[in-house]
Design a protein around this ligand. Structure first.
Ligand SMILES: *Cc1c(COP(=O)(O)O)cnc(C)c1O
Length: 865
C-alpha cells in the first residue's frame, strides 16, 4: 500500500493570474457563486471533470492555457475584481464588529476576541470530504455563517486520510463501501509551518513510551481558519500514522486516540497557531458534541503548569467552555473503558497536579444505573462545559431529562442545559436562481445579518406563474441529475447499457416529488414508507395524482441492520412497475444534497420521536420552497405552524414498536394522498396550484428567517459565547485569584452541605378562600451549620400542584434573611403572590449561591423542607 509515494505539484500561475491561488484555496468559492463561476466559466466541461474543484481545475489547465488566460484582459479583470471582493469580504466590518461596538457603547463587555470551535467532522464542500452526516454539515455551516457574520472563530478538527466512505450498491442492493485515499497536497489546504519552513509539529505522549505526532493543515473558510490535525506524517510509527486514517473508522482505542488528538492536540495546535500567526488565544472553547472533550483536560494541565490547583484550573476551564450535545440516542454517545482512558492519563503519562483519578471522574457515570467501568464523553462535556445546550427546544428538554442524574435533587426543568436550535447556511444550500430572485427582486440578503425580511415573499414581487415555473426548473434539474446517477449506479451493479433504456423515463419533471435523504440509523426509519407496500405502490402509480420519491442515505459500515433496510428499499425500487417513480441514489453527500433539496416539492422525515435532536435537511428544503412533511420532532416540533407544511401524527405513547410504525405509516399515506397530492394537483386556469404556492410563500416567510445558521451563530454569540468570555475573563483576572476563591468556596460549601437543612416552615396571609392576587408570607427556619447566610439562597418553590402532590412547572422566589439565632440557625422571610387559580402548592429549599455559579443547580446541591 505504501510503496507508492504520492504528491501533487502545485501550479505555478502567471503573475496576472496570481490571485487565482487564493480564490481557489479560500473555500468561500463553495458558497459564493460568482467565484465558482469564474472557475467554471474557463472550461465548463473540465470543471465537471475535476468535480468542481478549483484547486484541481488550476492543476488541470496546464501552463499553456494559463498563459493564454493571462493574456485575456477581460478574464484578468474578472480575476482582479473577484480578488478585491474576497479581500473586502475578509477584512471589512460585518455584524460581529458593529454588534460588539453597540454592546460596548451600552456599557457591556467586549465580545470575545477569538472563539475555538472543535468538531470531529466538518462538512464544508464535496471537495473536502471530511464529514459523515448532520454533525459535520452543521459544523461546516457554523464556520461559514460565523465567517459571513465576522465572528472571529477558529475551527479545530482532524484531517482523515480517507474521509468518509463512498457508497455503491451490489446487484442485490447491498451497500458496498470504498475508501478513496485523499491526497492532502491536492486538497485546498496549506501546511502550517515554523518560521524556518519545516511543518509545525504537535506531539502527544502515548502509553508505553510511544509518541503521536501530527502536522496541522489549514483550510480557509472565508474569514475563518480551520486547523486540521494530520497524523499521517513521517515522524510517526506505522500504527500512529493510522490514527487519522478514517473518520469514525475503528472502535475503542483507535477512536480514543483520535479524540485525544482532537482535544489535547487541538489545544496545542491552537497555541502553535497563535505563536506563528500572532492570532489571539481563544477566550471561549466550544465543543460540538463530546468527542473533543479532552480539550478541557489539556487546558487544566496548562493551568496547573501555571501554578493553579486542579480544582482552580477546572473553574477557569468551565467558565469559558461551551458544550453542545447532539443526540438523545445513548448509542450515539462515545463511551470508553475506564481502564483504557487510565492508560492515557495515568502512569508515566500522568501530568503533575492532574491525577488520573480526577480525569477519570470527569467521565464517570456516577448516577443510579450508570456503568462504573465506563468513561462517558458526554458527561465529561457537561462537567467541563460551564454552559451547555441541546440543538432544538424539544431536544433541550429531552437532554435535561436524560442528564438529570448529574444534578440530583433538581427538577429536569432546572437542569442547566439550554438549547439553541440549529440552522443552515443558505448560500450553500439554496439554488442560485432563488438566491438571485430574493436578492434582486425581493431585497432579501440573508448573508450578512442574522435574519432578513422573508415576508417579501408574501407580496407580489414574484407572481405565481413565475414561482411555479421556477419550481419546475429546479425539479427538472433534479430529474436529470437523478437519471444520470441512476444510470451510473446500475452500471456499477453490472447492468449493460441495453438494459437501461427505461432510465431515460425514470421520474418526471411534472410529478409531485418527495425527497427522503439522511443517514440510516434505525430511529430514522428509512423503510417506514414500505410498511404497506401496496399502499405505497398505489400512491406512486396513481393515474391522476402520482407521487415520485427520491431516496438516498448511507448506513454506518458496521451497521448491518441499516444495510438491510437499504436493501429492502432498493429491492422495492427495482420492481418494474414502480422503478420509474421511486429511486434510490447511492452516495448521499454534499454534492448530491445540493441538487436534491431544490428539486423536491416535499421533504419527508419520519424519525421515532423524540430521537431526532434537530435535523437540518428539512430546513434546507424549506429555503428552496419545499414543504416539510414530518413527524413533530427536532426543529419541526418547534416551528411547524399548521400552514408551512404537514405534521405526521406521532403515536408517541404506543409502546409496541410495530403497532406504532403501522399507525404512523397509515397516517403518512393518508396525508400524502388526501392533502399533499390533492393540493399539488389542484390547478387553476393558468395550470398553477394556487393553494400549494400559498404554502410555499408562507414557508419562505415563516421559516426563512428562523432556519438560517446566521441566526443560530448569532444566538451562540449572544447567549453562550459572550457570557462564557465574561465569566472566563473574571476568573482569569488578577493572577487567577477569583478562580482560587471560587474553588475554595465550592470546596467549603460541599464539605459543609450535609449540615444544611430546613427545620420549619410556616406561612401567613392567606384567608379561608385563597384568591388570585393574595400574598402568601413564608417564614422558614434553616440550619446552615458552618455556612454563612450569604453562601446560600433560601427559596420558596411554588406552582400548580398535581394529584400526587408534585408541584409541576414551578417557579422559585428567594426569601431574605430576617433573623439569626445561635449556632448557625437563621430565619428567612418573604412573600409569594398567587397569580393563577387552581390547586397550588409550595415548599422551601436551600441552594448554594455565588456570583461565579452559572445556575443554582450547578453544584447539584439542595436541601429541601
Ligand atoms: C443536511 C445534510 C445532512 C443532515 O440532515 P439531517 O436532516 O440532519 O438528517 C446529512 N448529510 C448531508 C449530505 C446533508 O447535506
Amino acid at each position: 500500500m505504501r510503496a507508492i509515494r504520492r504528491f501533487t505539484v502545485r501550479t505555478l500561475l502567471p503573475a496576472a493570474l496570481a490571485p487565482l491561488d487564493e480564490l481557489a484555496h479560500n473555500l468561500r468559492w463553495s458558497w459564493h457563486t460568482p467565484t465558482a463561476d469564474l472557475f467554471s466559466g474557463v472550461d465548463p466541461a473540465l470543471w465537471d471533470e475535476v468535480h468542481r474543484d478549483p484547486v484541481a481545475m488550476l492543476g488541470a489547465l496546464g501552463p499553456e492555457r494559463l498563459a493564454a488566460l493571462a493574456g485575456d484582459g477581460a478574464f484578468v479583470d474578472r480575476v482582479r475584481a473577484a480578488s478585491a471582493d474576497l479581500r473586502e469580504y475578509r477584512e471589512g466590518e460585518r455584524w460581529y464588529q458593529w454588534r460588539s461596538r453597540e454592546i460596548e457603547a451600552a456599557g457591556g463587555e467586549a465580545l470575545p476576541a477569538s472563539i475555538a470551535y472543535f468538531s470531529p467532522e466538518f462538512g464544508i464542500t464535496a471537495v473536502l470530504p471530511q464529514y459523515s452526516g448532520g454533525l459535520g454539515i452543521l459544523a461546516g455551516d457554523h464556520l461559514k455563517s460565523a465567517s459571513d457574520l465576522g465572528v472571529p472563530i477558529v475551527g479545530v478538527g482532524l484531517l482523515y486520510g480517507a474521509g468518509y466512505f463512498k457508497q455503491s450498491l451490489t446487484r442485490d442492493g447491498w451497500q458496498a463501501e470504498t475508501y478513496p485515499v485523499l491526497d492532502p497536497d491536492g486538497l485546498p489546504l496549506t501546511v502550517l509551518r515554523e518560521d524556518d519552513g519545516t511543518p509545525a509539529r504537535i506531539t502527544i505522549d502515548l502509553p508505553a513510551g510511544r509518541v503521536l505526532h501530527a502536522h496541522v493543515r489549514v483550510a480557509t473558510v472565508g474569514r475563518v481558519p480551520l486547523l486540521l490535525l494530520d497524523a499521517d506524517v513521517p515522524e510517526n510509527d506505522d500504527a500512529a500514522r493510522k490514527v487519522t486514517d478514517r473518520l469514525y473508522g475503528g472502535g475503542g482505542e483507535h477512536r480514543l486516540q483520535q479524540e485525544l488528538l482532537l482535544g489535547v492536540g487541538g489545544v496545542r495546535a491552537l497555541r502553535t497557531w497563535s505563536r506563528l500567526t500572532g492570532a489571539p488565544a481563544p477566550e471561549v472553547y466550544h465543543t460540538n458534541e463530546g468527542h473533543a472533550g479532552f480539550l478541557g483536560v489539556e487546558r487544566i494541565t496548562e493551568l496547573v503548569g501555571e501554578g493553579l490547583a486542579f480544582d482552580e484550573a477546572l473553574e477557569v476551564v468551565r467558565a469559558a467552555t461551551v458544550f453542545t450535545t447532539h443526540t438523545p440516542v445513548p448509542a450515539g454517545i462515545d463511551r470508553f473503558g475506564r481502564d483504557l482512558v487510565a492508560q492515557y492519563f495515568g502512569g508515566d503519562n500522568e501530568a503533575a497536579g492532574v491525577p488520573v483519578d480526577r480525569v477519570l471522574a470527569l467521565g464517570a457515570e456516577s448516577y443510579d444505573g450508570g456503568d462504573p467501568g465506563v468513561f462517558n464523553m458526554a458527561l465529561m462535556g457537561l462537567r467541563l462545559g460551564g454552559r451547555s445546550n441541546g440543538v432544538s427546544l424539544l431536544h433541550g428538554e429531552v437532554s435535561r431529562g436524560m442528564f438529570n442524574g448529574l444534578w440530583p435533587g433538581f427538577d429536569p426543568a432546572e437542569v442547566p442545559i439550554t438549547s439553541v436550535t440549529n440552522g443552515v447556511h443558505s448560500p450553500t444550500w439554496v439554488a442560485p436562481e432563488i438566491l438571485d430572485l430574493q436578492r434582486e427582486r425581493l431585497g432579501i440578503d440573508p448573508v450578512g445579518t442574522p435574519t432578513a425580511g422573508f415576508d417579501a415573499w408574501l407580496g407580489d414581487g414574484v407572481g405565481d406563474e413565475e414561482l411555479w415555473a421556477l419550481r419546475r426548473t429546479l425539479r427538472t434539474r433534479l430529474v436529470e441529475e437523478a437519471r444520470a446517477r441512476l444510470r451510473r449506479s446500475w452500471r456499477d451493479r453490472g447492468a449493460s447499457p441495453a438494459e437501461l433504456g427505461w432510465v431515460d423515463e425514470a421520474l418526471s419533471p411534472d410529478v409531485l416529488t418527495i425527497g427522503f435523504a439522511r443517514r440510516v440509523p434505525t430511529y430514522k426509519r428509512l423503510t417506514l414508507m414500505l410498511r404497506d407496500p401496496e399502499r405505497l405502490r398505489a400512491l406512486l402509480t396513481d393515474p391522476q395524482r402520482p407521487v415520485q420519491l427520491v431516496v438516498a442515505g448511507k448506513s454506518h459500515p458496521a451497521d448491518d441492520q441499516g444495510k438491510r433496510l437499504i436493501q429492502q428499499l432498493v429491492r422495492f425500487t427495482d420492481e418494474h412497475d414502480v422503478r420509474h417513480r421511486i429511486v434510490f441514489l447511492p452516495n448521499y453527500d454534499i454534492a448530491m444534497a445540493q441538487d436534491l433539496y431544490p428539486g423536491c416539492d416535499v421533504w419527508l422525515n419520519n424519525p421515532l420521536r423524540p430521537l431526532e435532536a434537530s435535523g437540518t435537511s428539512g430546513m434546507k428544503s424549506a429555503l428552496n420552497g419545499g414543504l416539510n412533511l414530518s413527524i413533530l420532532d427536532g426543529w419541526w416540533d418547534e416551528w411547524f405552524d399548521g400552514d408551512n407544511g404537514w405534521a405526521i401524527p406521532t403515536a408517541d405513547g404506543v409502546d409496541d414498536p410495530d403497532r406504532r410504525d403501522d399507525l404512523e405509516a397509515a397516517a403518512l399515506y393518508d396525508l400524502v394522498e388526501q392533502q399533499v397530492a390533492a393540493r399539488f394537483y389542484d390547478r387553476d386556469e393558468r395550470g398553477v396550484p394556487p393553494r400549494w404556492l400559498a404554502m410555499v410563500r408562507h414557508t419562505f416567510a415563516s421559516l426563512g428567517p428562523k432556519v438560517q445558521a446566521t441566526r443560530m451563530v448569532a444566538e451562540y454569540v449572544e447567549r453562550l459565547y459572550a457570557p462564557a468570555a465574561t465569566a472566563g475573563r473574571a476568573l482569569d483576572a488578577a493572577g487567577h485569584e477569583p478562580a482560587r476563591e471560587l474553588a475554595a468556596w465550592k470546596a467549603r460549601v460541599r464539605a459543609s452541605w450535609s449540615g444544611v437543612r430546613v427545620d420549619h416552615v410556616e406561612s401567613a396571609g392567606i384567608g379561608e378562600v385563597p384568591q388570585v392576587g393574595d400574598t402568601l408570607t413564608v417564614r422558614a427556619d434553616v440550619t446552615l451549620g458552618d455556612l454563612d447566610p450569604s453562601d446560600v439562597e433560601v427559596q420558596v418553590v411554588h406552582g400548580a400542584v398535581g394529584e400526587n402532590d408534585v408541584i409541576s412547572s414551578y417557579a422559585t422566589a428567594p426569601i431574605a434573611l430576617a433573623e439569626s439565632y445561635e449556632a448557625g440557625r437563621h430565619a428567612f422571610v418573604g412573600t409569594v403572590t398567587l397569580d393563577a387559580s387552581g390547586p397550588f402548592g409550595y415548599t422551601v429549599r436551600v441552594v448554594p449561591t455565588h456570583a461565579g455559579l452559572v445556575s443554582p443547580a450547578e453544584m447539584g446541591l439542595t436541601a429541601n423542607a
